[in-house]
Ligand binder design. Sequence first.
Ligand code: G6P
Length: 612
Amino acid sequence: MCGIVAYIGQQDAYPILIKGLKRLEYRGYDSAGVAVIKEELKVFKKAGKVSDLENFVGNSDTTGSIGIGHTRWATHGEPNDKNAHPHLSNSGNLAIIHNGIIENYDALKKELIARGYTFKSDTDTEVLVNFIEEIQKEEQVDLEEAVRIALNQVIGAYAIVLLEQSNPDRMIAARKGSPMVLGIGDKEFFIASDASPIIEYTKNVIYLNDQEYAVVHRDGRFTIKTLGNVEKSPKIQKLELNLEMIEKGGYEHFMLKEIHEQPKVVADAMRGRMSAAGGWIKLGGVDEYANRLNKADRFIFTSCGTSWHSSLIAEYLIEDLARVPVEVEYASEFRYRNPIITEKDVVFAVSQSGETADTLAAIELAKERKAMIYGICNVIGSSIARLSHAGSYTHAGPEIGVASTKAFTAQVTILTLIALQLAAEKGTITKSALRTILYEMEQIPSKIEKILLLDKQIQEIAAIYKDASNFLYLGRGYNFPVALEGALKLKEISYIHAEGYPAAEMKHGPIALIDENMPVVFLATNQSAYEKIVSNVQEVKARKGKIIAIVNEGDTQIKALADHVIEIPATEEILSPLLTIVPLQLLSYHIAILRGCNVDQPRNLAKSVTVE
Ligand code: G6P
């Protein structure tokens, strides 16, 4: 969480920083700030969004061709002006921006206070910058060495950039556990939490590895070293992003754009990886590990949030199709509960960002215990992707709306292909059944297109229920994880309390909540448990709950019972999550908009959770 951006070169830094911060706002939007140097070091910072910072800055002089910027997701200290970054050292010579948490900040702070330091904020970051300054003074060393000494004593996670007023031709950046990209231009450098603030200036980037730091100079020189002081010769990579991919493209919100991108996203996730006519599936990125994958005793999926929901779908898919036991674990629980992991296990990490701290730590643990790691990430070059032995990118393109939509459908597409490939390998699916499913997969993009045309109807339903205080989402089988994901989407962006449940579990608790004020969303497309779902719908109706049902086109039975039906094209049951989630995304979107919520930047959330 938190977005950082920095610039040194020949151009004015401030506009580059502000534009960059706007692109990084998905990482946190509690406060924003910049520091620039032109002779003197100036800091501007403000609680709220980047636009609040811009208003605050107004016509102040922000010139200077070196600067740092930060958009915050609060960890230590409230989201107010004084806790906003950048933070200055006591002498005013150093300014820092930081993404992450310094865990031993309290001990360091006490030590610094004993030495006469004072603090203006409640942040761990202000402790770090003063700790660096103290080392500079105490050890009589240059900033680079002071940073290295300090970071070797710091416990925690960070991506930091430092400016020094007395040396305005150099910037120092370091990372451990939080992402950082260095963009290399012509006598200019850009540093950011991801590549989005960099793409319009240069395509040449270096992804810093953990425990590395970069020293960049205005004359174009740069070095990258480990915190152990070993110089590295980094690989300069070419960015594949373009500007259009991170802009709204005519949509009012990123979330809506991303929902509408799903037909293409699903097609892209399948492209080159399968052919229905040929009856084959081929996922690259696995080659030398294919044997281990096919021989694995069990699969463990570890992930968070929406990615955990797609992992649950993987459990249904893989056990059903390939007959291999699957466990699905919240990364935050898995990493701390001393799980049993052996070298015969394959641990899948599913993560849009590829940077989620708990997921990263979970696979580090699994790797230590010799399991094979299979990463399913969206962000190319992300930490989880790099730590994995094998992997498949979801290729959904940048997802900017904080509530995940297209990344989910892309993950489910890849997970379906993995399950089918395993099944084909193990002989647990016949060739004709495989071909039937692959043909049907090829139809999914056009079926999503059809569902997107139901937008108006869904908006009308949203208008009826926008003031509800609670929602229940019920589904069975493959649609149970979709119920969880539908409820999560509503909670995240509309702040309505919503719960997802297996439809049959309703009678063990949630049924007590049902009255005439409770909207209940049923995912009722399943062919296998259809009659059972009909019974569940009856149970809700008997208690006067309001029923919104997602059904297959042409359904009559549930239509007769429900208050509203959203009819979607039928598909193979194992592929149904790829369709049933779409109306739920639209329903949450419209409810949130009608309630006046900020759908792209919901309160308290961040897209990339790089803290525990
Ligand atoms: C945050 C985001 C969610 C996301 C989760 C896991 O909570 O707001 O949308 O599902 O993190 O993120 P990951 O990048 O690992 O998929």
